[in-house]
Design a protein around this ligand. Structure first.
Ligand code: ADP
Length: 682
């Protein structure tokens, strides 16, 4: 059952002389409470009709109405049901109406007693606003228009209108309503003596109650305004800090902005932010804001593992607050905390974790220094927590960006490598290929070619085919190493055997070519421990370095292989030559892929520019380092690299080999303290 018409409208139509007024919800609440108290205080059995807009408003007052119900059998409560409110008869009559009913927008309270009469009949001015205003805490400011009066004539009319409505909703109450009409003289013109609101009743207590309720309403309003203002302040701080944080992708800047803004917003003596993980023993204080002249903690090492506050934060993944460090039980029980508190004058403490995916990635700490304890209120905690969340997000974003940058750089490097490869391939492969082609064409087109020339042609073609093979092989080797597709078989090996294998391959090549190589000598101490490496790859490194030393040193120069055990119990191998040397600013660059001092396209010495890059990959794979030194141009160069030793035999005075490296070139040579190789090489 839904009646769209308004009781207020009906009243104003029946009594056009009435002038409605505006009331705020807080005033109506005060008036209603004063009227209800009046019923409870009086001895009259009053007719009471209360119309609540919705069930929830009635619920707030239900206990009062149960009490009122015990004072009169003529109490009618009307509301639009929301959960369990329904029409029925209990301590009082309940009347449920549809939410679309005109009453859903109206607030009525009628009290008609013998000694006094009072009513308020109001309609919400902007019913659409209810939900919104309730949501943002402005419920008290809802506006109504209507009549509030002690006029018995008006009250009688209101009684008639409301009870007639009840009769429609609940026809079974017909007799009871008739009784009310009869008892309270409804439907008849009241006699002029009874027109006043309070007959023989002192209106003072009513007025006092009204004022008390109005004050309470005012207080509630003030509280609401205060909390709205605080919320606004908090949101403004969060916004400004978030904006500032988001302007940078540099974690250091993000921390700096966050500590400053947070420290200022909360007016603390010290605000810290540092990065840390749950398992860290200590942290270094990255960023700090000082709001007072207290000792600075920037750059200090901050204990975490034996810090009970940190452990508590990590376990709860939630903020931990200390209001008074002097009386706090956790601080009293921890030497670490006591030391920190005294050294850094911490009076009150707040630790809030910076979390990412439920993992601690950092910490925000606020310190209030001095003796006055500071109570960290819920709003401050919410603010710091919100900022810590923003810092976490910004940090992860910055890291993602840095990773992206790194990936970009890798991609660019890859792209450069590819271009280099194309350039190398363009030259390195095409040049020998065309030489081979020319040689073979000449051989096939000129069957009468002298035998000597024929031999030259053939060996040129073979040499160039070999150059191409080396380039392709080096490139494939480097690709395998870089992509981690190499299976390593480290084993204890005597270094000397590896050196000899490398030398023998050089010797073999030198013997088969016309290019003279310098004298090579080996100086290895007898008591060198076994190295732990993959022999095949160790021989590869030695061969490449020896090959370079010979390549860049004139035939009358010298090449030396030396080794010694260094302090880290690694063997350091050095291959030095007296050749053309390397400028000091190129000592690092020579290890880059395709680095060649003359440039790939103007090379005269052969080679691919990949040899040292391959050596670096191999040495790094066994945990060693490789580097070059040189006094400069024509002053010779030295290439050094380190290899781990085999711990089980490292102290043995005369190591016996456990295995022998297999040479990639298949040669083995005998042991020897000094070794010389010479020959021709192109
Ligand atoms: P390449 O095949 O060109 O020798 P590497 O990677 O082995 O390639 O060496 C890169 C560059 O480093 C050489 O082209 C040369 O300029 C320089 N380099 C290497 N070893 C020596 C050395 N012993 N003396 C002088 N320069 C060297």
């Amino acid at each position: 059952m839904s009646i769209p018409t308004s009781v207020l409208e009906d009243l104003l139509q029946a009594m056009p002389q009435l002038r409605p007024q505006i009331y705020f919800k807080s005033s109506l609440t005060a008036l209603s409470h004063a009227m209800e108290d009046q019923i409870l205080a009086g001895a009259d059995r009053a007719l009471v009709v209360a119309c609540f807009q919705r069930e929830r408003f009635y619920r707030q007052e239900a206990h009062r109405y149960r009490r009122i119900g015990t004072t009169t059998d003529q109490l009618y409560v009307l509301a639009a049901p929301e959960t369990e409110f329904k029409s029925g008869s209990d301590v009082h009559e309940t009347v449920a109406f549809e939410p679309s009913d005109g009453l859903a927008n109206e607030w009525h309270l009628l009290v008609l007693a013998e000694q006094y009469a009072c009513c308020l009949v109001c309609r919400e001015s902007n019913s659409n606003g209810i939900a919104d205003s309730e949501l943002n805490g402005m419920d008290q400011a809802r506006r109504f228009e209507g009549i509030w009066t002690f006029d018995r004539l008006v009250c009688t009319k209101v009684g008639e209108l409301l009870l007639e409505r009840v009769r429609i909703y609940r026809p079974e109450l017909d007799a009871k309503i008739d009784r009310a009409f009869h008892t309270y003289n409804l439907g008849v013109k009241p006699d002029s003596d009874a027109l006043g609101g309070f007959q023989n009743v002192d209106p003072g207590p009513f007025a006092q109650r009204l004022v008390t309720y109005l004050q309470a309403g005012q207080h509630k309003l003030l509280k609401t305004y205060r909390s709205i203002a605080a919320q606004e302040r908090r949101e403004r701080s969060i916004n400004s800090i978030t904006t500032a944080i988001r302007q940078s992708l540099n974690p250091a800047d993000i921390f700096q902005v966050a500590v400053r803004e947070l420290g200022q917003a909360l007016d603390v003596c010290r605000c810290l932010i540092y990065r840390c993980k749950e398992s860290d023993a200590t942290a270094t204080i990255d960023r700090e804001y000082l709001g007072a002249s207290v000792p600075s903690l920037a750059g200090q090492t901050w204990p975490l593992q034996d810090n009970p506050l940190f452990r508590e934060v990590v376990e709860a993944l939630a903020p931990v607050a200390v209001e008074n460090a002097l009386t706090d039980r956790r601080i009293a029980n921890s030497k670490t905390l006591q030391t920190l508190m005294q050294e850094w004058q911490i009076g009150s403490w707040l630790m809030v974790p910076v979390l990412y995916k439920n993992q601690v990635v950092g910490m925000v700490e606020l310190h209030q220094c001095g003796c006055d304890p500071r109570v960290w209120d819920a709003e401050e905690l919410t603010l710091v927590d919100a900022i810590a969340t923003q810092v976490g997000v910004a940090l992860i974003q910055a890291e993602a960006y840095a990773n992206l940058e790194g990936l970009n750089q890798q991609l660019e490097a890859l792209d450069r490598t590819r271009s280099n490869l194309i350039a190398i391939a363009g030259h390195e492969l095409r040049t020998p290929l065309s030489t081979i082609q020319v040689c073979l064409e000449s051989l096939s087109s000129d069957p009468d070619m002298p035998a000597e020339l024929r031999q030259v042609m053939l060996s040129t073609a073979l040499d160039d085919a070999e150059r191409m093979r080396t380039l392709v092989q080096d490139f494939l080797t480097l690709s395998r190493l870089e992509s981690g597709r190499v299976e390593w078989n480290p084993e204890p090996l005597p270094l000397l055997e590896c050196v000899e294998l490398a030398l023998s391959s050089i010797r073999t090549r030198a013997n088969s070519s016309s290019h003279e190589v310098p004298e090579i000598s080996t100086h290895l101490p007898d008591n060198l421990p076994l190295v732990r490496a993959d022999g095949e790859w160790l021989v590869e490194v030695l061969s490449k370095l020896l090959d370079n030393a010979c390549k860049f040193t004139p035939a009358d120069g010298e090449v030396k292989v030396e080794a010694q055990l260094n302090r880290d119990r690694f063997i350091q191998v050095s291959i030095s030559d007296t050749g053309r040397g390397i400028p000091s600013d190129r000592l690092e660059a020579v290890f880059d892929r395709f680095y060649q001092e003359e440039g790939a396209l103007r090379r005269s010495t052969g080679g691919t520019g990949l040899g040292l890059a391959i050596c670096r990959q191999i040495v790094h794979a066994w945990g060693g380092t490789i580097w070059a030194t040189s006094e400069g141009k024509n002053q010779g160069s030295q290439f050094h690299f380190t290899i781990p030793t085999d711990a089980s035999v490292s102290d043995s005075p005369s190591p016996s080999p456990k295995s022998t490296p297999k040479s990639r070139r298949g040669n083995r040579s005998s042991r020897g303290q000094r070794h010389q190789a010479s020959g021709k090489r192109k």
